[in-house]
Write a protein that binds this ligand. Structure first.
Ligand SMILES: Cc1cc2nc3c(=O)[nH]c(=O)nc-3n(C[C@H](O)[C@H](O)[C@H](O)COP(=O)(O)O)c2cc1C
Length: 147
């Protein structure tokens, strides 16, 4: 399977999870590319919008900003075509140890928008960066994101 891992990441946390996922996918003989979303400093406009054409499955990863999904990922979701039942997994990273500080809301946002694009939602989750269990959470999220 050819998997696109589309990531928005500012300080590298979300990217680190993507790298671990790519490593695991390659170990399982899948093809996997990390495609970076880039935005203007204000986060209002995208300066790089990756294309997912030619991929069989999609994983989307982004940080929580201001108790919701980071705006550049929202803009990327705006740009997505209809996905025709493509499998899509999602994950977010956040600083705080509870999903109540934006992680749960960000995942709900992802799911709502992807359903409207007719994606087949798979699994994913939240990595709480300040948690002592962070490494375990990364492992769990990576396993859930595998096809
Ligand atoms: C502008 C801004 C707002 C943030 N708001 C939240 C928040 O509401 N809740 C939270 O848990 N973390 C928040 N964070 C922390 C990030 O979600 C967290 O550090 C994330 O792992 C960063 O991912 P990245 O390194 O891939 O950019 C915020 C960070 C920034 C820069």
């Amino acid at each position: 399977m050819k998997v696109a891992i589309v990531v928005y990441s500012e300080s590298g946390h979300t990217l680190e999870v993507a790298r671990q996922l790519r490593k695991r996918l390659k170990h399982l003989q899948h093809e996997a590319d990390i495609l970076r979303i880039q935005s203007s400093a204000s986060r209002k406009k995208l300066t790089a919008t990756p294309s997912i054409e030619g991929y069989d499955a999609l994983v989307l990863g982004a940080p929580v900003h201001a108790l919701t999904l980071a705006r550049p990922m929202k803009r990327f979701l705006d740009s997505l075509p209809m996905l025709g039942r493509m499998p899509v997994g999602v994950y977010v990273t956040q600083q705080f140890k509870s999903g109540l500080f934006g992680g749960n809301r960000a995942l709900r946002y992802f799911r709502r928008r992807l359903q409207s694009r007719e994606a087949t939602l798979t699994d994913g989750g939240i990595v709480h960066w300040s948690s002592k269990a962070k490494h375990k959470q990364i492992e769990t999220v990576v396993e859930r994101l595998l096809p």
